[in-house]
Design a protein around this ligand. Structure first.
Ligand SMILES: C[S@@+](CC[C@H](N)C(=O)[O-])C[C@H]1O[C@@H](n2cnc3c(N)ncnc32)[C@H](O)[C@@H]1O
Length: 341
């Protein structure tokens, strides 16, 4: 059996725009903040997998249901040869899509992109044996900075971002990101994004405040990452996990709230940061969507919707879109001539 796995890493010592910059920038702002990508060291990735199995965390199992129901439709609509997955994690749900594309006879290459190297390597190796003949080209990198390394597609391409990860962007950055991703699709490509839908705030808040405290552990883990990578002395247990639904923005905010006044040193950055008692550090936003918000984002990003697949309770959505066709000179010319006639 031919097994083909190649993994390229664009993170590491030579990567100069990373945790250090984000910590320096984020912890010296008037309202402290860190981007969510730093949650996901190997421990954070394992904690996220545990979150996905929690009874309160409906997004994962709902998105899995939608994929089980509609992957063959997606395969038929896209006839994709290449699946690029941004923030692929363990690709647990992705198998439904890979199998549908394999069954349709179009699949040739899978390109998982994630910041967590161990997960990319392990998942890539498993998938290459599960799908004989599939080329796996893993990219260990930041999907905001390293998508230029994707290279030419193996045929019609789907770029997928599952799990509601798109919700981690603020609205303007989200549209910029979607526009940039749209340029990677090519004329016959498609974008597939999983979005958590606006619903009863109590249901959403419960998903981020699980009774077992796994999300709280996941949230505090970012401080362990900063301690280890930048020789800082955060005391994670001295921060409370806070997660609430912001009704104005329709997004979840996760924060860490200092239990007392604290001074933290980040040795590698020669940085000293103080936290007032109850001061909060924002660690994630997770935007929730309405069909209208999605349509507006697509329109602003030169994408047009093909289909929005949802579950019967309207909890989660899987949106398929394609680039807006650029009129060729001839077509535009004909329209002008017709108007003039
Ligand atoms: C919410 S999890 C979703 C995982 C998986 N796609 C799912 O649906 O269960 C977000 C994933 O995106 C990855 N990630 C977050 N920010 C990233 C970034 N800027 N570049 C690449 N990967 C990122 C994380 O490591 C994690 O695996």
């Amino acid at each position: 059996m031919r097994v083909s796995v190649e993994v390229r890493s664009f993170l590491g010592p030579g990567d100069d725009s990373s945790l250090a910059d984000d910590v320096l920038d984020g912890l010296t702002r008037p309202f402290k903040e860190l981007p969510p990508k730093h949650f996901y060291d190997d421990i954070g990735a394992q904690l996220f997998d545990r979150i996905c199995e929690l009874p309160e965390y409906y997004p994962t199992r709902t998105e899995r249901l939608i994929l089980a129901e509609h992957s063959s439709d997606i395969a038929a609509l896209t006839r994709a040869a290449e699946l690029v997955e941004l923030g692929s994690g363990t690709a647990a749900k992705t198998r439904l899509l890979l199998s549908a594309l394999a069954d349709a006879g179009t699949l040739r290459r899978y390109v998982p992109v994630d910041v967590t190297e161990g997960v990319i390597r392990a998942t890539g190796a498993i998938l290459a044996t599960e799908y004989p003949g599939l080329d796996v080209h893993g990219i260990v990198g930041d999907f905001e900075r390293h998508l230029g390394h994707l290279g030419p597609s193996a045929g019609p391409r789907i770029v997928a971002m599952l799990g509601g990860t798109i919700g981690n962007f603020t609205p303007g950055a989200r549209r910029r990101f979607l526009r940039d991703v749209g340029r990677l699709l090519g004329p016959d490509g498609a974008l597939l994004i999983g979005v958590d839908l606006v619903k009863d705030p109590a249901r959403i808040e419960a998903a981020y405040n699980d009774a077992a405290g796994v999300t709280a552990q996941f949230n505090r883990n970012v401080l362990q990452v900063v301690n280890r990578e930048l020789r800082a002395d955060f005391e994670p247990d001295e921060f409370d996990h806070v997660a609430f639904f912001d009704r104005d923005h329709e997004w979840i905010e996760m924060r860490l709230r200092a239990r007392r006044r604290m001074t933290v040193h980040v040795a590698d950055l020669a940085l000293t940061v103080t936290f007032a008692m109850r001061e909060e550090l924002r660690t994630e936003i997770s935007a929730k969507f309405t069909p209208r918000r999605l349509a507006a984002d697509f329109a602003a990003s030169r994408l047009e919707p093909i289909e929005l697949f949802t579950d019967p309770d309207g909890l989660f959505g899987l949106a398929l879109a394609r680039p807006v066709a650029t009129p060729r000179f001839g077509a535009a010319h004909r329209r002008v001539s017709a108007a003039a006639a």
